[in-house]
Design a protein around this ligand. Sequence first.
Ligand code: PBG
Length: 338
Amino acid sequence: MSERPAPDPAPGPVPEGVLRGRRLRRTSALRRLVAEVRLDPADLVLPIFVKDGIDGAVPISSMPGVAQHDVDSSTDLVARALEVGVSAFLLFGIPAHKDEVGSSGWDPHGPVPRAIRAIRDRHGDAALLLADVCSCEYTDHGHCGPLDDHGVVRNDAAVAGYVRESVAYADAGVDLLAPSGMMDGQVAAMRAGLDDAGHGRLGIVGYAAKYHSSFYGPFRDAAESGMSFGDRRTHQMDPANAREATREIAADVAEGADAVIVKPALPYLDVIARARAVVDVPIIGYQVSGEYAMVAAADRAGWLDGVAAMDESLTAIRRAGADAVITYAAIDVATRLA
Ligand code: PBG
């Protein structure tokens, strides 16, 4: 047998052997083949802010490209998302009336139940509807439930409100309930309340590891849920703690959560990775308003490429172990992927 000529050495100054890592990065087809995760519209969840008393869509200045919607315009937004393959939505309501206990949260004619019915009427089961369950958008002081004499949220009174809110959303036709108040025992109470009301087939997605984060800033403009005093440090998690997150996540799953949320996402990738190692339920990373706004602002200033930074952030959240990602950029990203 004649010897075949040796192939040409790879061009360039890098000595062979050092090239091992680069062989799989040479062309885009090759990089695509060996990618460990990829972005898919099916894995994205789009938040929607539905507000009483507005007409159409009202842009949110701290979140370029994001708006508050009336019920009709929220069904249009869903139509646009479905066209590019995004089929999951997370609803937030901004009511006409706020009070000390947040009673508009369980009003069957409140913005979220009306939006659920309208979206369901127009899009049927093609739209997967999640509803955020908390009282901060419905209380006049902006806290996550009724307050005690010291201005601290009362745990069990808040949870009782979340149960009523959950049942109102379930009656309207929601698919999944996402308690975001970080009250102790909220998942177990909602599970029992939903079961009692005949909604045993509806799942709960617990915001199990939700940190006390400055990255929620723009959301509070969007949801008009800023606090008139104080903060949420006595119930949301301290950014210094990761081990505690695995306890919170395990507790939510033990209480009956069908999936869990880690939030914010990018500053807490270690928490997502730890969660992935300890529970088998789906994990959803929430790329929150401030994460979105930072990329949008830097892009507008010409300081980075916002499209690339957004795709990179979402890929990192998936790589850390999130099965799905809640992101305000869902339609933009899905449009690029289409
Ligand atoms: C509470 C809630 C908040 C967010 C989602 N659900 C605000 C808060 O806890 O203060 C923040 C989401 C974001 O910043 O995008 N209802």
